[in-house]
Design a protein around this ligand. Structure first.
Ligand SMILES: C[S@@+](CC[C@H](N)C(=O)[O-])C[C@H]1O[C@@H](n2cnc3c(N)ncnc32)[C@H](O)[C@@H]1O
Length: 287
């Protein structure tokens, strides 16, 4: 499926993605980023920029990528309305991301990477880990549930395509908790919980290494020309005006909800055991 014919292009063009406000709890997520001294965040599948700008306003430096140019344009306009300049790039998570390894302190991706076959989702998971610096944090949500109002065809185990509607033909991989544990196995899993809308949120961390701010690696073949001037801001090699806000360490509070939490004890053990590896906090949002 080519970028220009991707269903999400049409969804944004026809204003069929009604969500304009950042996801609930984004401030808690921003605090986690800040508490882990994250400065640069990759919003993988930033869509219309509702979350990217909210994080930006929490003094985080966000780089937004998405396959849908129309979504990126909306992000650009959203930033401009607040006299800010978005750092945007069109790219496809099913291929290697156009960033060098260890580029970002944090990664955020909600309701994006399950939009593919499992092999392609795996690329995204590997790439998320690769572009994160050691010590970085990732919040990733994937779907744990099909939309019951739509008809689907299963095209491989746990991957379905809608037969109608906005996302007709676009594969959706539906995760179970066990599968999340397996597929995110390279991360140190911190938590899995199940919440109401069927999405999985993952929070990951690697230990920090000293390093530069995101240095783009932009081979032409991976970057479609984009009127949002992809990479424009990615070329910055310094961050001006950033200061970390002091904040309560809230990971524990997130994880303390044992009703939702199916591996709290594992999380505690792994926190200590895998200090040099990627840590992954995982929250499955319940059907
Ligand atoms: C459900 S929307 C979520 C958007 C945004 N994360 C949010 O929370 O508002 C899914 C997003 O994933 C993007 N997307 C889907 N497949 C993609 C791909 N292969 N590469 C990059 N982005 C993709 C879509 O364009 C869309 O913006």
């Amino acid at each position: 499926m080519k970028a220009e014919t991707h269903p999400w292009e049409k969804i944004y063009a026809e204003n069929k993605w009604p969500y304009d406000q950042p996801i609930s709890g984004f401030q808690d997520i921003a605090k986690v980023f800040q508490d882990h001294e994250c400065k640069t965040i990759l919003d993988l599948g930033c869509g219309n920029g509702r979350n990217a700008l909210a994080f930006e306003n929490e003094n985080l430096m966000v780089f937004g990528v998405d396959i849908a140019l129309t979504g990126l344009q909306m992000t650009k306009v959203r930033y401009a309305a607040e006299n800010q300049t978005a750092r945007l790039l069109q790219c496809d998570f099913r291929a290697p991301l156009p960033f060098r390894k260890n580029s970002f302190d944090g990664l955020f991706s909600t309701q994006v990477i399950h939009h593919a076959r499992l092999e392609q989702v795996r690329v995204a998971i590997q790439e998320a880990r690769r572009v994160l610096k050691s010590g970085g944090i990732a919040f990733i949500s994937v779907s744990g549930k099909l939309d019951e109002d739509e008809e689907f065809e299963e095209i491989e185990p746990n991957t379905y395509i809608p037969l109608a509607g906005n996302e007709k033909g676009l594969p959706h991989h539906i995760f179970t908790v066990e599968e999340v544990e397996r597929e995110f196995g390279e991360f140190v899993l911190e938590d899995i919980s199940v919440r109401a809308n069927g999405h999985v949120i993952a929070i990951g961390a690697k230990n920090r290494q000293s390093g530069a701010y995101p240095q783009p690696h932009l081979p032409r073949r991976r970057c479609a020309p984009a009127s949002v001037r992809p990479g424009e801001k990615c070329l910055a090699n310094r961050v001006a005006g950033y200061h970390r806000r002091a904040g309560e360490h809230i990971v524990g509070r997130h994880l303390a909800n044992k009703e939702r939490n199916v591996n709290y004890e594992i999380k505690k053990q792994r926190l200590g055991l895998h200090i040099n590896r990627v840590r992954l906090f995982l929250v499955v949002l319940d059907p």
